[in-house]
Design a protein around this ligand. Structure first.
Ligand code: NAP
Length: 322
């Protein structure tokens, strides 16, 4: 099958496009004929080797964790899916090897959900990883509730776009940072207050939004200024959640949690087909809308990854496979 893969870590030059074997399906897995693969920052981070200490990598590594397509084969233990089902998923295995930038992708069946009714595969492929991150960060970790105030650092990226909408669907009030070019987009997806991270005084703007501090901060910037986040949150009951993925942030988070007397956590998104099915319901009820999508061919995966790495994608990027 055709796939985009790497045989060593490195920059765009290590990316290869060529034929690799179709993965073998284990009893608990499904093989998906991929129509579209979502592009996430983690894909170029894997290419660069940033996650080599966290996950085992078996080369050749096919890049990509998000996909939408039709079920080709079901493992012997799988119930609830049959060949031909239109599905999507965030597929991350214990070892990094079979990604989604390929004609066929492997997933544990418990990571898979049916795509929202009438949605095309290209839009669907952009949803799983980022929407699950937003949901797990806000619902499972921060336990955001109706009437609370949330600050999203980076509202224009993939995670932020879903975080704003999920928070609104819960009944929270949301402010978020974005460049002025993206303010109209954030307003369209329901943000209550938007802060220009280039020109505004962010602490002052947050005080105007929540005079005692917000209840929850969700940091989607990938930035290292962890202590800065604690200045925005309410003492004692506040929660600071970061997805920056930097192990060196954990001791800082722990010491700041004590110093500012709030809860703090860094977490990594988990594959979860049931949670994805709940997100599907919110989409079908029009409580969450997909983000703007920019489409590339599989052959242009290197260009898409460069664009992601430059850090200014508003919404999502997707690769067309078939
Ligand atoms: N821990 C986890 O499980 C997990 C899960 C998903 C993602 N992540 C990580 O979380 C980060 C965000 O992911 P993503 O998919 O949302 O990224 P993304 O879509 O690539 O984010 C791009 C957006 O970030 C904005 N931005 C850049 N710097 C900013 C800043 N200082 N303040 C506010 N906005 C800023 C850009 O706007 P401008 O053009 O205006 O700069 C752009 O619209 C990445 O580092 C990713 O690897 C972690």
């Amino acid at each position: 099958m055709k796939a985009v893969y790497i045989e060593e870590f490195g920059g765009p030059e290590v990316l290869k496009i060529g034929d690799v074997p179709v993965p073998q399906v284990k009893p608990e897995q499904v093989l998906i004929k991929v129509v579209a693969a979502g592009v996430n920052p983690v894909d170029w981070k894997i290419r660069e080797g940033y996650l080599s200490a966290v996950f085992k990598h078996n080369f050749p590594v096919i890049l990509g964790w998000d996909m939408a397509g039709t079920i080709e084969t079901v493992g012997t233990d799988v119930k609830g899916f049959i060949p031909g089902d239109k599905v999507y998923c965030y597929s991350r295995m214990d070892a990094i090897q079979y990604g989604t930038y390929a004609e066929y992708g492997l997933a544990n069946a418990n990571a898979v959900a049916r795509i929202p009714g009438n949605m095309d595969f290209y839009t669907a492929a952009t949803i799983p990883l980022t929407s699950l991150t937003a949901r797990q960060g806000l619902v499972d970790v921060a336990q955001l509730s109706a009437g609370e105030k949330l600050f999203v650092a980076n509202g224009s990226g993939g995670v932020g776009g879903f975080a704003i909408q999920i928070a609104k669907s819960i009944g929270a009030e949301v402010c978020a940072t974005a460049s002025s070019k993206n303010h109209a987009y954030l307003n369209a997806i329901g943000v209550d207050a938007v802060i220009d991270y280039h020109t505004d005084n962010i602490p002052e703007k947050i005080r105007q939004f929540a005079s005692d501090g917000v209840d929850v901060v969700l940091d989607c910037t990938g930035a290292e200024d962890v202590e800065g986040l604690f200045k925005y949150v309410k003492k004692q009951t506040g929660r600071v959640v970061t997805i920056n993925g930097l192990e060196q942030s954990i001791p800082v988070l722990e010491s700041c949690a004590k110093k500012y007397d709030v809860k703090a956590c860094m977490f990594h998104v988990e594959a979860d087909g049931k949670a994805l099915a709940q997100i599907t319901e919110l989409i079908e009820q029009d409580k969450i809308r997909p983000l703007p999508v920019e489409k590339y061919s599989l052959d242009d995966a290197a260009i898409a990854l460069q664009k992601s790495q430059a850090g200014h994608v508003c919404g999502k990027l997707v690769l067309s496979i078939q």
